[in-house]
Design a binder for this molecule. Structure first.
Ligand code: PLP
Length: 467
């Protein structure tokens, strides 16, 4: 009985040669059509195989060529929807690396669209009509905001560190404190980047303690860089001692060795009025005398993925002359969005205009109101299986910054049984648009700090469907 059904499944070629199949091949890539046909036919085989023999009579399965091709067509239409799509971030983690880190300001998006749609002044000097440098588009802005002599950008902060090591420490030694051997998000480890650049890591001190004498004792003729890495995603507490940048700068001057700090997140303006302390500004580091400082564009800066290097002109010039720069260079989309983001800081409107900073600084009263609005929209959905409440909670900055500090917030808590919760989580992730939340303590937590006003009805609708 099953055998007969299996036999009824047409061959791939039958589908391809059919009048409908031919139309499909005219519309879509041949290989993909072939693969999709196989996928659909495999699914049919699977359905038949899974059906118990005594239930075969009740099985409704359409194996006609026209119907199968229709299924292939639906599959292809679905395939052509963007894989990289908008999601609703209900986690309250503002710089969420897996959800795309920072989202951009309206100005940045407008500038991006304009540059994407048209030819642009990427590498041309309007006045002279001669060739210019793409980096000039943001250089002055970086200088103003970091108070450094010069500024430069590459693909991301990992690339910035690689370029710095390659330029000043290839075949040489780099002195770094053991307490600063960081790993960022599992894919960026200082010792590994060091190895790729051909620099030799010389570790000094113990994990919790290092002194300036430890550094000095390791300096020799082959020392290329004195490196500091801002341990933004963890903190060593208790019996600790670290060397201040200023001390290292003095040491670097004494031996003519560049002092570099990888700041990771890097902020332009202090955030301590929001209760977020311990994250130094880039200008602080420059004022303390660092020769080069590197940081990310899409973490707390709130712009596009980019690695920014600020520092002394002579050193930046050396970086620019390294052929690696060509391989790490940023494109026009990055430069256009970075420029707009930096200009929000120049206007001192970053907390209004840049979403990352706006979300970080949003007052919890406003979030409480948003939370109430979502609750009102879904209150009638709750029964004895689901319990709804508004609670105090903690948002996270994310992006590896402020690991120990949260931002007070209000959350909507949907309490239920664990099995229901997992299904609900799945349904929300598969919603259009997908919704990501935090699951904690048999509850689904919506932190409205990272949810836009216009997304509230979308969440309510998704929950209505899912519950
Ligand atoms: C995030 C981070 C990096 C990597 O930056 P990307 O922009 O993600 O390449 C490097 N160093 C530190 C200290 C970081 O926090």
């Amino acid at each position: 009985m099953k055998k007969e059904l299996f036999k009824k499944i047409p061959a791939v070629n039958d589908l391809l040669k059919s009048e409908y199949g031919k139309k499909l091949i005219k519309k879509y890539n041949h290989e993909l059509v072939l693969k999709s046909i196989r996928t659909i036919l495999d699914k049919k085989r699977e359905i038949i195989a899974k059906t118990k023999t005594e239930k075969l009579n009740d099985l409704v399965i359409n194996l006609e060529i026209k119907s199968l091709i229709n299924e292939v067509n639906d599959y292809l239409v679905d395939y052509l929807k963007p894989n990289l799509e908008k999601v609703i971030n209900g986690t309250g983690i503002i710089v969420h690396t897996n959800l795309g880190r920072s989202i951009l300001s309206s100005d940045a998006i407008n500038n991006l669209v304009n540059v994407a749609k048209n030819y642009s002044t990427l590498e041309i000097n309007k006045k002279s009509g001669e060739r210019g440098s793409r980096y000039e588009n943001v250089r002055e802005l970086l200088i103003s905001l970091t108070v450094a002599e010069d500024g430069f950008v590459v693909n991301n902060n990992a690339a910035a560190v690689l370029l710095i090591l390659d330029t000043f420490a290839k075949g040489k030694e780099v002195i770094l404190s053991r307490g600063e051997m960081v790993e960022v998000g599992g894919s960026f480890r200082i010792p590994e980047v060091m190895e790729k650049s051909g620099a030799k890591l010389v570790e000094v001190g113990a994990t919790n303690k290092v002194s300036i004498k430890d550094y000095e004792s390791k300096i020799n003729d082959n020392t290329g860089i004195l490196l500091k890495v801002h341990t933004s995603n963890y903190k060593i507490l208790g019996f600790t001692e670290e060397v201040k940048l200023k001390e290292l700068v003095d040491l670097g001057e004494k031996y003519s060795i560049p002092v570099v700090e990888d700041l990771g997140s890097g902020i332009i303006n202090d955030l301590s009025d929001l209760g977020l302390v311990d994250e130094p500004t880039v200008a602080d580091k420059i004022k303390q005398g660092a020769d080069l400082v590197s940081f990310s564009g899409d973490k707390l800066l709130g712009g596009p993925q980019v690695g920014i290097i600020a520092g002394k002109k002579a050193y930046i010039n050396k970086l620019k002359n390294n052929p690696l720069t060509r391989a790490l260079r940023v494109d026009k989309f990055t430069l256009s969005t970075l420029e707009s983001t930096l200009k929000s800081y120049i206007k001192q409107k970053e907390r209004e205009e840049i979403p990352t900073l706006k979300m970080i600084s949003e007052k919890s009263d406003l979030i409480k109101n948003k939370t109430k609005r979502l609750k009102e929209k879904i209150i009638n959905l709750c029964n004895d299986k689901y319990l709804l409440s508004i609670n105090k909670g903690t948002s996270k900055v994310g992006g590896g910054a402020f690991p120990l500090q949260g931002i007070p917030t209000y959350v909507l808590k949907l309490k239920t049984k664990k099995s229901n919760l997992n299904t609900l989580g799945y349904k929300l992730r598969m919603n259009n648009p997908p919704i990501f939340t935090r699951l904690h303590d048999n509850s689904m937590i919506f932190d409205l700090r990272t949810i836009k006003d216009q997304e509230i009805p979308q969440i309510a609708k998704a929950l209505k469907k899912a519950l």
